[in-house]
Structure formats: C-alpha cells, structure tokens
Design a protein around this ligand. Sequence first.
Ligand code: HEM
Length: 264
Amino acid sequence: MPRKWRICMRDLIWTNLLDAGRLLTRILRAANAFPRHVAWMACICMAVPAMLTSLKTLGQALGVNPLEELIRGSGRWALIWLLVALAIAPLRSALVACARLGHWSYGRRMSDWNWFIRLRRQAGLACFSYAVIHLVLYVSLDIDCHWEELARDVSDKPYIGMGIAALLLLTPLAVTSTDAWMRRLERNWKRLHMLVYPAAVFSIAHFLLLSKPGIFDPFGYAMVLAGLLVYRLAEHCLHEAISHERIDGSVPERALEQEISITP
Ligand code: HEM
C-alpha cells in the first residue's frame, strides 16, 4: 500500500477512534446524570432471557425435554446474574484505574461510576427472581408439589440442599435491597450483604454436584467466583492495612477515601 494511503487510513482510524471516545464519554456522563433510566434499561436487559424462553415455550421450541431446559435455563441465569452482581465493584475499580492511566477526560473519579455501581441492585434482584422461578418450576412441574418427594430429594441429592441453602441466603438480601432498608440497617446493611459470598459458594457447589462427570462448564463459573473472592480478600486486606496506617498517622484520610471502594 502506498505511504500516502497508509497515512490517510491511519488518520481516518484515529479520528474515528477519537470520535467514538467522545461519544462514549458523553454516554457515560448521561448515564451518571440519569441513573433511573439506566436502572430501567438494565432491568429490561436482565428480563430478556426470560422473555426469550417464554417465546420459545409458546412456540414449543424448547427441544426434547422442555422441563429440563426450563429448570436448567433459569438456574443458569440466576448464577450468571449473581456473578455479574459480584463483578460490578471490581470492574468499577478497574475502569477507574484505566481512566487514570489513560488520562480519559471522564471516569477518573469513583463517583463518575455511581450509575454503574447501582446496577448491582438490579443484577442481585435479577438473580433472585430467576432463582425463585427456578424453584417454582422444580416444585410445581418436576415434583408436582409432592412434599415427600422434596424431602426425599433433599436427603438423596446433596445438590438440592445446596440450592435451597443458596436461595435462603439470597432471600434477606433481596428483601433488604431497598433504600429504606439500607437507611434502617445502617452499617449492618453491609455486614448482612456479605451473605452474598456464601450464597455464591453454595450456588456453585449446587452446580458442581449436579453436573455429570466430563462436563466442565461449572468449573468455568467456579473459577470466576474464585477470582472474585480473591479480589474481595485482597481489597479487604489492603483496607485493613491502610486503616492501621491511618491510625498511626502515616496515611492521610483522603487517600483512604480515594483509593478504596468498600463494597460488599
Ligand atoms: C430452592 C433451591 C433450588 C432447587 C430446589 C434447585 C434445583 C435444581 C434442579 C432440580 C436442577 C436440575 C438438575 C438436573 O437437571 O439434573 C438445577 C439446576 C441448576 N441450578 Fe438449581 N436449584 C435451586 C437453587 C438454585 C440457585 C439459588 C442457583 C443459582 C443462583 C441455582 C443454579 C442452578 C444451575 C446453574 C443449574 C444447572 C444449569 C445447567 O445445567 O445448565 N439453583 N437446580
């Protein structure tokens, strides 16, 4: 390719990239200015898998075992939204770090991503809703509301117990996810919402135990959860170290506020 052409192409790509960057910055600013709209859009996106499955059910396109497809699909989406909810805080820290390193015109402050951190609530509620649908499908269609069968399943299949434990832990989190509960519980709200970690561990154990040998899907999810737990632990240790130093007087209070996001 002639040199002139190459320069022309490079300039074209560069200008388009800059334009795309400017557009993205505008979208992010707008997202921060209209958090309610973002929340609604997130809700609609999170409902899409359920809507598609409903359409497939109506069109009788769920394959040879529709019940298994429905139960497994709802369980899978419950787990996905749970992991998404857990990944939002580390993602925000990563985005802030990228913005600072790349000298972006927007996104260098934690508060620029307020709209993003609020999506945790939507993801958590989506997880809970899919998990409830999952349970309802299992109880109403799989075991036909025969409670003796449920009791037998709980004692014979350890994964059922794990699933129930996960859902029981998720329930208080869903109930207290409103602003009013956040204000009422104050500091205890954060403590209570740490239950999301054991809930995630039980959900993964549930998936691992029910999967047949040779199926490697659950290990992928388990690795994602392990990464998120390691991040949380590292963040906790860093926070502890900085607050100890702050007590000694060697780190100014503002540095602590800027560098650390304490999020469950
Ligand atoms: C009340 C509690 C629960 C019960 C009774 C329950 C029951 C079940 C059953 C019967 C299956 C299908 C097993 C099979 O086809 O062999 C299943 C699959 C599954 N469940 Fe649950 N579950 C519960 C809670 C949960 C929760 C809270 C999550 C995640 C947050 C979850 C995630 C999954 C996943 C990922 C699968 C497998 C999906 C796949 O194979 O693609 N379950 N569950």
